[in-house]
Design a protein. Structure first.
Length: 94
């Protein structure tokens, strides 16, 4: 996906070891999995979705694939402020 767009190296240049990926409407996080793979220095991921079942399934799958990534799912949507989990609040969102 990223390589086809000619940007295969760009995400790694903009992501430090203290970066946090926050995603509203994460759903199954299938496409996000490709992005996480391209960001080896990513420290945390906060998937936000209204479906607890989708979050549970995606979180289990991603934790198996990326055991060093701190994943903190949040049930919510973009219509209201969603707080970043305290454990990840010191990271820089991307």
């Amino acid at each position: 996906m990223l390589q086809a767009a000619g940007e295969s190296q760009r995400p790694t240049r903009t992501c430090s070891a203290a970066s946090l990926l926050v995603e509203f409407g994460s759903g199954s996080s299938t496409k996000t999995e490709l992005l996480i793979e391209a960001l080896p220095h990513l420290k945390g991921y906060v998937p936000i979705d209204i479906s607890g079942a989708a979050l549970d399934h995606a979180t289990r799958r991603l934790r198996q694939r990326f055991p060093r990534l701190d994943i903190r799912p949040v049930i919510g949507d973009f219509s209201r402020p969603v707080p970043i989990p305290a454990e990840l609040s010191g990271l820089a969102p991307i």
